[in-house]
Design a binder for this molecule. Sequence first.
Ligand code: KIV
Ligand code: ZN
Length: 536
Amino acid sequence: MAKDPGRVLIFDTTLRDGEQSPGASLNLEEKLAIAQQLARLGVDIIEAGFPFASQGDFKAVQRIAEQVGGVDGPIICGLARASSADIKACAEAISPAPCKRIHTFIATSDIHLEHKLRKTRGDVLKIVPEMVHYAKSLCDDVEFSCEDAARSEPEFLYQVIESAIKAGAGTINIPDTVGYTTPAEFGELILGINKNVPNIDEAILSVHGHNDLGLAVANFLEAVKNGARQLECTINGIGERAGNAALEELVMALHVRRRYFNPYFGKKSESPTPLTAIRTEEITKTSRLVSNLTGMIVQPNKAIVGANAFAHESGIHQDGVLKNRLTYEIVDAKTVGLSDNRISLGKLSGRSAVRARLEDLGYDLTREDLNDAFARFKDLADRKREITDRDLEAIVSEQAMQPDSRFQLHLVQVSCGNALKPTATVTITDQDGCEKTAVALGTGPVDAVCKALRDLTCEPNDLIEFSVKSVTEGIDALGEVTIRLRRDGKIFSGHSADTDVVVAAAQAYINALNRLVSSVKNSSIHPQDDVVEAKI
Ligand code: KIV
Ligand code: ZN
């Protein structure tokens, strides 16, 4: 690919770096659903996972490579540390995709070299060409990242980059791994690389950045002005710690401020050609799918995809917008796929209407899952007059995507009130298919339910978050519950919705617990752990 494709390539890492968010782990079906939606959104590259991490990660990348990447579809990419075993596993996992990429990396900052890798700069200069060359022998498209580049010495970075390009890397990625840099500094770093790496014209310059200081998007935009042409980002900005640069914010900044950015691409200010290939109308749908499946709630005031992003509360603003939208709005809500017409289905809607609506929302369900979803839809339609898209998303997201659920909830019954001690009776089937019932007292009905479930499941954990919100307005609205459990420093989230919030809480607890159990059984490696060996 040419060094400057005339626009920015969007490299989505929701399924890799995004999945590294505490509590955001996804199962295979969920990853596939997100990858399919990312393809609809029009991202150029999907980083589908870290295949060496575990069997589960390997299989997920392989399935995505089989089912999502087409000849004209996104490139399917896997992450690999600069080690032959990682690279080999990655090449195997992505092999079914017509367009594929190996993304390999090693740290370049002195602090990482000394304390994490215990290697010298000389070691790195030896490993990089060896491993890039090995990756290139297995896959034509190789990306190389200098981990912690923003804290690396620029002169050393130039040498590493030059050797990676010589060995065959077509994309060079510059990560701000710890979210430390500022826009002017990052822009200067990118400019320095462009000026001082003799063979830089043979590669696309990419950036990857974390949001520890809330600067990731601003840093990326400065990088674009200085020649970066690939942006590594995630939906809703999820990712390690404070997350990654948010895809929707980057894309909409380049869309809304195209006139400002055009000259940096050598175009006339007024050029109408989009600066990314993203179908912006798919943004809201993608954001909701990722939020529902990861259980990572989007803050209401989040730019572009937050619930309040297009809400005008003050009278003065409302008046202004009614007179002329442009007085207080820089993005038309329709551009990101937020339609005013939120009422979609009702009691009389049939199975095919429900299926079509779900497909439109990014849920491509198996026959069995669709049957389940339709039964839940009918049940809800008996209790609620209008079923909105948000309701539909809520009823399928936690139920239809859990084929490997271990504990199953059968009965929840509570008695509570101002003159009663809250008491819960709960029945589940456990991992061996045995039915069990427990009764527990609590400070409130939800506490009592969680205590009964803890007694029944015997899986030690701390409940660290319980949140409930209404999916839509109205007294008959679904209550959406998110529960986060912690065990051995790892966080597992569960999510559920029901018109009865106590039932939703019980199901959310079970969903979180199923993720916990599945993670204990399939332990995986973190990509930023040290590599054991680095020889072919
Ligand atoms: O933050 C980082 O440096 C990364 C690399 C593995 C690209 O995620
Ligand atoms: Zn990262």
